[in-house]
Design a protein. Sequence first.
Length: 189
Amino acid sequence: MTIFDDRETLSGPMDEIAEPDPPQSTVAPRPTLAAGHTPSLCVAPDLVGLDALDAQGVARKAGVRLSISAWETKVGPWGMILVQHPSPGARVRPGSRVHVVQSRRPHARVPDVRGLPAEEAVELVRRMGLLAIVADDRASPSTPKGHVVSIRPIAGTLVVDGSTVVIDIAPAGRTTQDASAGVDLPTPP
């Protein structure tokens, strides 16, 4: 905002001269409107690149409020402000909302891979954007060797992309009954 020092160029009484904007480090007071007067404006701060907590503090000091929405991105850093509206430096009324979009890690649901062969289960979990760890210590009388007995967290759980999922498979040391001979034989590889 330009403040004129040359009184001859002004048209109107001196009490109508606009006051300079408050510095960004102070909270602008809420305007009280008298007849014929307009409220003072504050400047929308630059919030892009800040994390949400820092953005809240800067916005509060500038006299504006934040409205935060999220956008899932595969690349971090997550939790940072990507864009804002109105733009930094725009004149807004004190207490106005500045809308920002914050980056967020994508989410995935843990797939139900029980009963699948271990290799197939690991591939499916990885395609979902999750890290698979295989543990072969959960015996189950109804699950064949090398197949998934259980998964942790349980299937259907919503987790952050890149989370670790433990896949428990039936161990290799089990035997199966050869029904024709009635003899326990080692399970073939």
